[in-house]
Design a protein around this ligand. Structure first.
Ligand SMILES: [Zn+2]
Length: 192
């Protein structure tokens, strides 16, 4: 599959993450995780890592059996990559907010194709740097298991966003315990 095709298949899973144990999605996630595990420091590692970020919401939802452990095993890669020397002062992952997830599927083929005009602030090599790959791997982990990693921008757990957003807009859902709704997220963020 080309990066375009991969990116489109991952984007579908990103958008349709509320699927229950979709075996086609499971195979796609496992294939991506296996390719990253085969070459964690390789030249294509950024492709597989961003793929996992795209699919992480599905993995955090209700994937088939065995999917979560396979993806969680990739945590070992982070340790191997994050201490490699580089000359960059910063990396894109450190400013990557939840809302930026929506751009990743389009960004990925552009990142891989040097002939396409590059529109992001930080250059391609900063995106492909092992430090950045390790950072995005941690972001994927954080989506799957909130608060389980350090040094990533904090984000709210997927299932909490709707309830909190409704409260903050002044229309809390009927079952919302206002104090608990606010303090539970504050606790989650402080752990993260
Ligand atoms: Zn770097």
């Amino acid at each position: 599959m080309s990066i375009d095709e991969l990116s489109r298949s991952w984007e579908e899973i990103q958008e349709e993450y509320e699927e229950f144990r979709n075996s086609r999605y499971d195979r796609t996630v496992l294939d991506c995780a296996a390719r990253l595990a085969a070459e964690p420091g390789g030249t294509s590692a950024y492709v597989w890592t961003l793929g996992l970020v795209l699919m992480a919401r599905y993995v955090a939802w209700v994937p088939g059996e065995g999917v979560v452990p396979q993806v969680a095993a990739l945590k070992a890669n982070d340790t191997a990559l994050r201490d490699r020397a580089c000359d960059h002062e910063s990396h894109p992952y450190s400013g990557h907010a939840e809302r930026d997830d929506a751009d990743l599927a389009q960004l990925l083929p552009e990142l891989a194709d040097e002939t396409v005009e590059w529109r992001m602030d930080q250059p391609r090599d900063q995106w492909r740097c092992p430090h950045n790959v390790a950072g995005f791997a941690r972001i994927a982990m954080d989506i799957i298991d909130p608060g389980s990693v350090e040094d990533v921008p904090p984000r709210l757990p997927v299932d909490a966003v709707d309830t909190l957003a409704a409260l903050l807009h002044g229309y809390p859902k009927p079952w919302t315990d206002v104090e608990e709704e606010i303090t539970s997220h504050a606790r989650g963020l402080s752990y993260a």
